[in-house]
Design a protein around this ligand. Structure first.
Ligand code: HEC
Ligand SMILES: [Cu+2]
Length: 386
């Protein structure tokens, strides 16, 4: 049995310490909230312009961030007020020595009940009106708008087909669009569920099987840039590699691109390579007006940012999935399954010479559509960040 006296002393210290502990907690909590608020601000400032919804580009993404801001602010306000009241009540109305009475009972108090019903109602209206407005606003159908650019998006395991019905052209993996414009996306799938998502430009839209077509629009920003797109719906083993790009260019480059895409196909100069390419590749692929457009259209692939959406073309490769456009093409054609497990391109039997010849030809298949302004922009800040 421990002696009685020290025990009493302990109780007293605990009593006195409670205030101290609460005060400390309060301070800790305050520090934590300011830290979180700081982190939130920092994160939103750091969001990558090519990737993050917190650094939105273009009108649609900006409107969406505004809704996020309103809901987070209201949530924060509610949390701060409720926690402050709760902590205040715990401290102010805690049981004190000698106070054995029952506190004033407020059950059924109309005034209080009206107050705590009306406040949330007001908050819901503040949250609801702009949310409903934006959501319905963004459902607007621009497909009949003469100035809008229509793009039919078809998701495939594991690549994206972009069709421009107004121009009669098709491309893959890289959606080229002019700045300051409205793009109408009509999205469907060729196989399973996928989801089209360009975080910095707009929300996502699912592509559903059974012929269903979903529509959304994107307002491109008033500057050029390359934005990352993702499949946002688990669709198979290479789902995480099902990336694409949205390339926003100036008017001049866009017009050049359209006419270059419509130009007749350019085939390998070496007749032996051309023959192999036509026989072994154009049975699935198309270039210009040649071939079968079942799988990704390869017209101008030497100009694109990536091969197969995931091997990044760069002259200064740093990571495993980076390489020069030639190296990436070589690597892909040699063994597509190594890059994207489960994709539908088989390893085509080629001699080393044929493989190199085809990779060289495709790497040199450029459309040279970029205006001088765009090339200069590309050379500066933008590319460094990526
Ligand atoms: C049986 C059909 C088939 C054949 C034959 C075929 N491919 Fe493919 N190819 C595909 C499919 C499917 C993809 C898309 C893979 C993915 O990303 O999921 C593809 C993707 C590609 C890509 C990446 C396209 C892009 O948009 O980035 C290149 C390059 C390519 N193939 C080159 C070739 C070459 C060169 C040959 C001939 C040696 C060839 N393919 C033969 C089906 C085929
Ligand atoms: Cu997917």
């Amino acid at each position: 049995m421990p002696p009685a006296a020290p025990r009493m002393a302990t109780v007293n210290t605990e009593e006195a310490g409670l205030m101290g502990v609460l005060k400390n907690r309060w301070l800790q909590w305050l520090r934590l909230t300011s830290l979180l608020a700081g982190a939130a601000m920092l994160l939103s400032a750091c969001g990558r312009a090519d990737l993050s919804p917190l650094n939105p580009q273009g009108e649609v993404a900006k409107e969406q961030l505004n809704i996020m801001k309103i809901s987070i602010s209201i949530m924060t306000l509610v949390v701060v007020v409720v926690f402050t009241l709760a902590i205040y009540v715990v401290i102010r109305y805690r049981r004190r020595p000698g106070n054995d009475g029952i506190p004033v009972q407020v059950e059924g108090n109309h005034k209080l009940e009206i107050i705590w019903t009306v406040i949330p109602l007001i908050l819901l209206v503040i949250l609801g009106v702009p949310t409903v407005q934006t959501v319905f606003g963004q459902a607007k159908d621009y497909s009949k708008d003469e100035d809008a650019i229509l793009v039919n998006v078809t998701a495939h395991q594991y690549w994206w087909k972009f069709e421009y019905p107004q121009e009669g052209i098709v491309t893959a993996q890289e959606l080229v669009v002019p700045k300051n414009s409205t793009i109408v996306i009509e999205a469907k799938t060729a196989d399973v569920l996928h989801s089209f998502w360009v975080p910095a430009l707009a929300g996502k839209i699912d592509t559903n099987p059974a012929g269903n077509i979903n529509r959304m629009y994107i307002k491109t920003p008033d500057k050029t840039g390359i934005f990352l797109g993702k499949c946002a719906e688990l669709c198979g083993p290479a789902h995480a590699l099902m990336d694409f790009k949205v390339k926003v260019v100036d008017e001049e480059s866009y017009a050049n691109w359209i006419s270059a895409m419509k130009a007749p196909a350019k085939l390998p100069e070496d007749p032996a390579i051309a023959e192999v390419f036509e026989k072994k590749c154009l049975s699935c692929h198309a270039v210009g007006d040649k071939g079968v457009p079942v799988y990704p259209d390869l017209t101008g692939i030497g100009d694109r940012e990536t091969v197969a959406g995931i091997l990044v073309n760069t002259d200064n490769p740093k990571y495993k999935h980076e390489g020069t456009v030639y190296d990436n093409l070589y690597r892909w054609i040699k063994n597509p399954q190594e890059v994207k497990p489960g994709n539908l391109m088989p390893t085509v039997e080629l001699t080393e010479e044929e493989l190199q010849g085809i990779a060289r030809y495709l790497a040199d298949y450029k459309l040279h559509y970029e205006s001088e302004e765009l090339r200069n922009n590309d050379a500066t800040s933008d590319k460094e960040e990526r």
